[in-house]
Design a binder for this molecule. Structure first.
Ligand SMILES: *[C@@H]1O[C@H](CO)[C@@H](O)[C@H](O)[C@H]1NC(C)=O
Ligand SMILES: *[C@@H]1O[C@H](CO)[C@@H](O)[C@H](O)[C@H]1NC(C)=O
Length: 199
């Protein structure tokens, strides 16, 4: 550097050494922070929350003049595959769809899901005098005669994550499940449907 040229060599070397040292310390700090973040991320290793829905039983069914009454009875299994992260679920809304039309919805109680744990939400959304589009009504009537209707289930909630004593802020969770079989008899069940999870 031009300003250093008049100074004795020893002092110049000292200053250069100091600048080098500062740069080195700064660099090591950046690397350390990076490594720490990476290790924390590895330790938490966030994984996608898992949801499945069992068959839905439909009763109190009455489709008259394109207006629907029905009760949908099913369970949603929520599993938290994370080893260190727990989840708070708040503001949980479950909606039953058929042919892109919402038929019924209900609210589920907030719950806390610890790591590697699961819970079952039992919900019974009820359609009361719901006006259906012509096409939807016709399709539903046709499917009903076969004894099984294919519905979709949507779950929306606000979630917070907890790792140790740290808690995240609320985030929106959207879960889409389907097709889910809607049965009119409890004589036999077919299984469960997987869900897509968006956060
Ligand atoms: C079905 O709904 C219609 C219209 O609301 C009503 O008149 C009828 O009594 C209902 N039938 C049954 C079996 O509940
Ligand atoms: C799983 O959650 C239930 C309550 O929902 C709780 O009683 C149980 O202790 C939890 N299990 C583990 C391993 O955390």
């Amino acid at each position: 550097m031009a300003t250093n040229q008049g100074q004795p060599p020893r002092q110049r070397r000292g200053r250069l050494g100091l600048a080098k040292m500062a740069a080195l310390i700064l660099l090591s700090l950046i690397v350390l922070v990076g490594v720490a973040v990476f290790i924390i991320w590895l330790a938490i290793h966030p994984r996608r929350l898992v949801f499945t829905v069992g068959d839905a039983f439909i009763d109190h069914y009455n489709l008259t003049r394109d207006h629907l009454d029905a009760r949908f009875d099913f369970s949603i299994r929520a599993y938290n595959p994370n080893r260190r992260m727990s989840v708070y679920y708040d503001d949980i809304h479950v909606t039953v769809e058929y042919d892109d039309q919402d038929l019924a919805s209900s609210v589920a109680d907030p719950f806390f899901l610890s790591h590697k744990n699961e819970t079952k939400l039992h919900v019974v959304p009820q359609a009361q005098d719901v006006a259906l589009a012509r096409r939807v009504s016709r399709n539903l009537r046709l499917e009903r005669t076969s004894g099984v209707v294919q519905i979709k289930v949507r779950l929306q909630a606000k979630v917070r994550f907890k790792v140790g004593i740290w808690k995240s802020r609320h985030r929106k969770l959207k879960v889409y499940c389907g097709p889910v079989l809607g049965l009119f008899s409890r004589a036999r069940t077919f299984g469960t449907s997987d869900c897509d999870v968006e956060i």
